[in-house]
Design a binder for this molecule. Structure first.
Ligand code: EPU
Length: 338
């Protein structure tokens, strides 16, 4: 089914909670619907943008064009062995519903990614990650439709060129393909991933370690640090964690011995932007209608009635102070849309 709305409010389609409008809003529920839309040159004759659940978008004004949104549903087992299942999931399935389904079936892999806002299509574009797991570790195949030709294409994991919060769909093939299905490989012999941060400490509160309690622990950790977008508009981590040369990191470590870090490879180190923003004194600060979350400095929040431009201005001030104190440039993970 295809639905088309005019002068449509995007309030429920962006987690910052901005009441911006789009000229046209189109939703579709199958690959065939999508192909039909792409072939209709009158429907898509101006600028357009495909969104997920809007948990990584910052609208700075009304959108003068067409916004597309997938409602493709379905969680289908395509291969089932003693050790693993392959599960083909519709791009419009809410990410956390998929995680809950996997946990209830005893399929391991995505439990550390519990409660990440967004939809399955975006998980493959954005390579979402948290608590030591990234979507790229589990994706085997991405089905997509080419925008220019309306042809269906299949990408293997290797063809997606994944790295930290990056994929081919955000770089070389940006705005060239729309993801319709993502296939995940989940394990039946659960090898839990408990090394990151305070997962083990949180799990001590539970009687056993299982997929269900790991999910509960991750949800508890997220709830304690990240603001609920229904109460305070936000888009999760606003900036990506910068990856810097190890030589530069060693110099920084002399100046800031407690600096947290993650090894990328021999030559590179990832530094938490949240820690640097915190060190610059931003945590918990409010500037007019916007602010920096009091429990996680990587999250910028709409304190009520904010505009996208106010968030942009705050983010620029933060970037400048991180540059001044650490000589490191940090870049938004959130996409600015005008
Ligand atoms: N830290 C501070 N102060 C802060 C925030 C963090 O000192 O205000 C320190 C923490 O104590 C810790 C380090 O910085 O030593 C890292 O913090 P945390 O574990 O909270 O993770 P992060 O690097 O800030 C990343 C992801 C999150 C994900 C968490 C957990 C990015 C951009 N963000 O944040 O993803 O949930 O790890 O794995 O990679 C998201 O993308 O929206 C998101 C929330």
């Amino acid at each position: 089914m295809i639905t088309i709305e005019k002068q449509y409010s995007l309030l429920s389609h962006n987690t910052f909670g901005f009441n911006v409008k789009t000229d046209t809003f189109i939703e579709y529920s199958s690959t065939d619907d999508l192909k039909q839309i792409l072939c209709d040159k009158e429907l898509l004759n101006g600028p357009y943008l495909h969104i997920g659940s809007g948990s990584n978008l910052l609208f700075t004004s009304d959108y003068k064009g067409t916004i597309l949104h997938s409602k493709i549903q379905g969680i289908e087992v395509t291969e089932n062995t003693n050790d693993y299942v392959l599960v083909k999931v519709g791009a419009g399935v809410e990410w956390d519903n998929f995680v809950a389904h996997c946990v209830s079936q005893g399929w391991a892999g995505v439990e550390n990614l519990s409660l990440i806002p967004g939809e399955v299509g975006a998980s493959a574009v954005q390579n979402i990650g948290a608590y030591g797991v990234e979507a790229k570790d589990l994706i085997t195949q991405v089905d997509a439709v080419e925008i220019a030709t309306a042809k269906e294409c299949v990408f293997s994991n290797a063809e997606c060129n994944y790295s930290y919060r990056q994929s081919i769909f955000k770089s070389e093939l940006k705005n060239k393909f729309i993801v319709t299905y993502v296939t995940y490989k989940l394990s039946k012999n659960a090898a839990f991933n408990l090394e990151y941060g305070n997962i083990k400490a949180e799990l001590e509160k539970y009687p056993e370690i299982s997929l269900a309690t790991i999910r509960q622990a991750i949800i508890a950790i997220r709830d304690s640090k990240l603001p609920d977008p229904k109460i305070e508009g936000n888009a999760g981590s606003f900036f990506m964690n910068p990856i810097i040369p190890r030589s530069q990191f060693m110099e920084l470590q002399k100046q800031f011995p407690g600096i947290p870090f993650y090894d990328i490879d021999e030559d590179r180190v990832k530094v938490p932007a949240g820690w640097m923003i915190d060190k610059c004194g931003w945590k918990g600060k409010t500037l007019g209608h916007v602010g920096v979350h009091s429990k996680q400095a990587l999250v910028l929040v709409n304190k009520g009635n904010a505009t996208g431009d106010e968030i942009v201005n705050l983010s620029r001030e933060i970037q400048a102070s991180v540059k001044k104190l650490f000589n490191i440039e940090i870049h938004p993970e959130v996409n600015f849309i005008s």
